[in-house]
Write a protein that binds this ligand. Sequence first.
Ligand code: GLN
Length: 309
Amino acid sequence: MSSETLAEIVAAVAKEVEPHRGEGRVADYIPALARVDARRFGLAVITCDGEAAEAGEAWAPFSIQSISKVFTLTLALERVGEGLWTRVGREPSGSRFNSIVQLEAEHGVPRNPFINAGAIVVTDALMDGRPPADAIPEIRDGLRRLADNEAIDIDEEVARSEAATGFRNFSLAYFMRGFDNLKSPVDEVLTTYFNQCSLRISCRQLARAGLFLANRGLDPLSGVQVTSPERARRIASLMMTCGHYDASGDFAFQVGLPGKSGVGGGILVIVPGKAAVAVWSPGLNEYGTSQVGALALERLVARTGWSVF
Ligand code: GLN
């Protein structure tokens, strides 16, 4: 790292992206997300030593959306173990996050746990036959513990909005049920999935929650071993190869760090051995990743040299 302090770097990055604020398009296929102002921006970095730096609306809650898939994957692996990999693959998809065609060719086994079909299987695995009333609080409370914040909660309006318009997710789920790759009833799995996607979290809380992945599965601030070092490494590697759907290669090229985006405009990034970073800006690029968020991360890596490459 240069001689600039972390706080100076974060402030400089926020200033650099300022002229770009508002670029991209907010997700409009989920009506409750369409109303968010695309110009909003927040950035938070927390290091494994506990140093924190932030810029913009780092404390403003936003819809976690697909970033939740990182946390449900961690929970599902803890619950059902490596057998999960017979039900979901580990290869980049090269297709949109909600694509249906690939599932037919691959007999209902989704390419990876971060495309929607894969995440729906992961949610089914962590439910393990239990009803949404058990699984949803488990996911929410797990995130509260990791983020060290009891106030984290589900935005009921977003959850309802997703359920009312989630025809594609229903199609994916019924399709997989047809291949016998879902145990629980489709409506129960999707109720849980829509609720996990509707959690509201801030950049500051999200970076805090992801820190265990930067520290070999051990939360360096609470001392809790969240998952094994091997699993933490594998989850991070999937974030690198699959975290941004059909733009994962480009994100690796531009940023070079394991990351996971969500259509709420958030991105969580892991700097192995060093830090976790969360950025939020609701305008998305054509692949569903925050446009200004990805730019901020590219600028951050240019200043810190934090790329793994
Ligand atoms: N809840 C969204 C969906 O299922 C999540 C998609 C995303 O963030 N990429 O469509």
